[in-house]
Write a protein that binds this ligand. Sequence first.
Ligand SMILES: *Cc1c(COP(=O)(O)O)cnc(C)c1O
Length: 397
Amino acid sequence: MAPTSERDWRARTRAVRGGLDRSPHGETSEALYLNSGFVYDSAEQAEARFLGEDEGFIYSRYGNPTVAMFERRLALLDGAEACFATSSGMSAVFAALMCQLQAGDHVVASRALFGSCHFIISQLLPRYGVEISFVDGPDLAQWQAALRPQTACVFFETPANPTLELIDIEAVADLAHAADAQVVVDNVFSTPVLQRPIEFGADIVVYSGTKHMDGQGRCLGGAVLGPEQFIDEVLQPFLRHTGPALSPFNAWVLLKGLETMELRLAEQCRNARTIAGMLAERSEVQRVVYPELPSFPQQELATRQMTAGGSIISFDLAGGKAAAFKLLNGLSCIDISNNLGDAKSLITHPATTTHRAIGPEERVRVGIGDGLVRLSVGLEDPADLMDDLGAALDGIG
Ligand SMILES: *Cc1c(COP(=O)(O)O)cnc(C)c1O
């Protein structure tokens, strides 16, 4: 049976053709509409656009044809009704929360969060009269106990950055929905290729396009996905008037990135699997955290919720910070960088970089020790990556 619409296409076809909006020139690749404004045929048409009675574009802070192609393609991949793109992952996280919260509301979040997400929830929201509670994400009893009538939404990352701690999306969504709270999931580590939170009951999903979507270290971007009514009526006014719009150029890069994301991630997961196994054999390494390793404490949940373990490995070095720094400095192929999801393998020491600001006590609570390093596995030949890691580990002594 021939597909009748892009919603009938399978994931790979959606990734390559979803949202494609060809101009009358019939260009093969998606066009880059690098423009800020749009012109109208008449004053009446301009009025109709502003009234929402005419479908066309108004201004690139509101919408742009290249950005719209990215939004549609990502919504198709994620299984969401609608999407609004943003200038970075953090503007997506901030907008997804701020657009729906007001003073007196309450938010429950898992404690293991990316540093900037932690800042928004622990530092910014309370300034505006929003009460917050942090819970240990895998402990469902803590979610249950923290939810109250004022809880407007819950927020979590799974897997969390950098501990790879998983949260049962379906179970937390059931609890949150019973309390009438919206479920907002930061799905950056998984991408829609490895995990589609909406299928497990999440209401809103946020992404950093900067990571695997671009996947080649070129530009920042982000997106919020969810029900059409939420995106159009709650999120869109907030974003249109506060202005963290995705640049059309960045949208074009991310749109082309989506075409190959599944293929890149499959290879990156394969490489990560091989390298995780190699690291687990090394005496300098105290513990390797990777969802596909038999030692992973939440393997059952990983299998239920994710289609593969991902491209990120975290591991603890027995020699603490000194050993971690020695390892990073001893690498010659893998780069020291706090980005992730890239074709190039990148390694970072979270305690002194991405998670420095959350402070030592909070780091201990979420399991970010001084010997922990986070490796984002790229597309290089895994033999070269293992040679590099092996030599650097030998150098720790
Ligand atoms: C990187 C990251 C973000 C922020 O994305 P940017 O595009 O850098 O703003 C948010 N959440 C997680 C889990 C991330 O890893």
